[in-house]
Design a protein around this ligand. Structure first.
Ligand code: P5A
Length: 445
């Protein structure tokens, strides 16, 4: 993409109403525009990052054997009356009535709708196990929407629902979700720690939240510092292997890590003092096992092996996809702007032309641009007629991990400058070597 033809409405000034760094930087970098409290348009560069996160989530869910689909945002109140949550959900639910006076709502989550789909089409235990998921907009009329996309009213969630015959199978589905979530967050360049939490309005008392440690997080967390040493890495995983998934769950959840809802001071005090941590975290996902809560209320039964009907065992599993964009920035920025991890960056590399209109510099930039696109990479070429300082400030603000600077002086010596956004380290290289180096970094992801 050439910047002169793109839509990147960067702001020079700090927006006054943005209290935390991710909100400030998303507005300044032209990623989002607020349309109403807690409701945002995703401008092209923000949309690109959102799509990258969605892709990672999709790939990891499909790898785990879960099946993508799409449910609507608007739901009929009748389904929620069956589960009893229409009254329970309270003011967080946006209620709407259509022209016929029928009660509708903008879905805050989809347990009822998926249970309805299941009961309409599945009647035998032979069709289990089944896990369906979608990535869809949700609405929760939060009393205090704030921090930009971190606590929105409209937000994008991946929500998955498992249906199993036995408790053991449902717990395996729970474990599969935990493992696939660990992989997803790591691919995004984030450490998200599973912590014992509370079921809240979704239900069930077996649930883990995934938290990214950050001072601006809304949850207070208590943990053994040893949990921060755990990484999933590139280990092979067989999602049908019950023992392997169970052992990964144990590895990642046996050390003390809890949110304030379930914190137990006595247990916490058993951790050696130098490893006790009290901090704040951003909740980027939550998984639940709630058994037959919805299937019993809504009559979702299957015929078991003995011919008798049994209510199906269920759980639900969510990732806050739009919130993750904010969480990623909270965890990856400096005083100049965003620093995207390579796995989620909106463009792979920035090209800065120091002397637009100079034949040699223009030709070298065009050649770099062509080389990257031929390799399947997505460069952002700042071809505007601007001063170098302004171009560098924009690149630093939008945070592409790699920048190539091209100017007549370097070209005389046959080199361009390759700069790493995170370390700030630059090196001079012939253009083809700079391309090869950047390409190798992305090929290794
Ligand atoms: C699990 C999937 C559920 O709703 N039902 C379907 C279950 N869980 S949850 O924890 O309530 O939400 C899942 C994730 O969505 C994100 N999230 C939000 N993101 C932005 N703004 C909000 N107001 C908001 N509320 C929830 C969180 O990341 C949460 O973990």
């Amino acid at each position: 993409m050439r910047l002169s033809r793109y839509f990147l409405p960067v702001l020079k000034e700090n927006p006054a109403d943005a209290q935390i760094v991710s909100h400030r930087l998303m507005l300044r970098a032209g990623m989002i525009k607020q349309q109403a409290a807690g409701i945002y348009s995703w401008l092209p560069m923000g949309f690109k990052v959102l799509r990258k996160l969605e892709n990672i989530v999709h790939e990891e869910q499909v790898r785990a054997g879960h099946i993508p689909m799409l449910m609507p945002t608007l739901q009929s109140a009748d389904l929620w009356r069956e589960s009893g949550r229409y009254d329970d959900y309270g003011e967080e639910m946006l209620r709407i009535s259509d022209r016929h006076g029928r009660d509708m709502l903008y879905g805050p989550t989809n347990e009822e709708m998926i249970t309805d789909i299941f009961r309409s089409h599945v009647s035998s235990y032979k069709d289990l196990p089944l896990t369906l998921y979608h990535i869809q907009w949700k609405f929760r009329d939060e009393i205090r929407p704030r921090f930009g996309v971190m606590r929105g009213r409209e937000f994008l969630m991946k929500d998955g629902y498992n249906f199993d015959l036995t408790v053991e199978d449902a717990l395996h589905a729970y474990n599969r979700h935990l493992v696939s979530y660990l992989r997803s967050y790591e691919r995004m360049g984030l450490q998200a720690i599973p912590m014992r939490a509370d079921g809240g309005p979704i239900g069930g008392d077996y649930t883990h939240e995934f938290l990214v440690l950050a001072e601006t997080g809304e949850s207070e967390v208590f943990y053994d510092s040893a949990v921060t040493d755990l990484t999933f890495g590139d280990r092979e995983i067989d999602y049908d292997d019950v023992a392997q998934c169970q052992s990964i769950l144990e590895e990642f959840t046996s050390k003390y890590a809890r949110t304030d809802e379930t914190h137990d001071e006595a247990l916490f005090n058993q951790i050696p003092e130098e490893r006790r941590r009290v901090a704040r975290g951003i909740e980027v996902g939550q998984i639940f096992y709630f058994g037959t809560k919805y299937s019993e209320a809504m009559g979702a039964t299957v015929q078991g092996p003995d011919g008798k009907p049994v209510p199906v065992q269920m759980g639900s599993h969510g990732i806050g996809v739009s919130r993750l964009v904010g969480a990623l920035i909270e965890a990856n920025h400096d005083d100049k702007g965003i620093i995207w991890p390579e796995g989620v960056t909106p463009f792979h590399v920035g090209i800065v032309n120091l002397k637009q209109g100079d034949d040699e510099a223009d030709a070298a930039c065009d050649a770099l641009y062509k080389s990257f696109t031929a390799l399947g990479l997505d460069p952002l070429y700042d071809d505007r007629n601007e001063r170098a300082g302004g171009k560098f400030a924009t690149m630093d603000l939008i945070g592409l991990p790699w920048r190539i600077t091209v100017g007549p002086r370097g070209l005389k010596n046959g080199v361009v400058e390759l700069t790493c956004r995170r370390s700030g380290v630059s090196e001079e290289l012939p253009p083809e070597q700079a391309v090869a180096k950047v390409a190798a970094i992305y090929a290794a992801l």
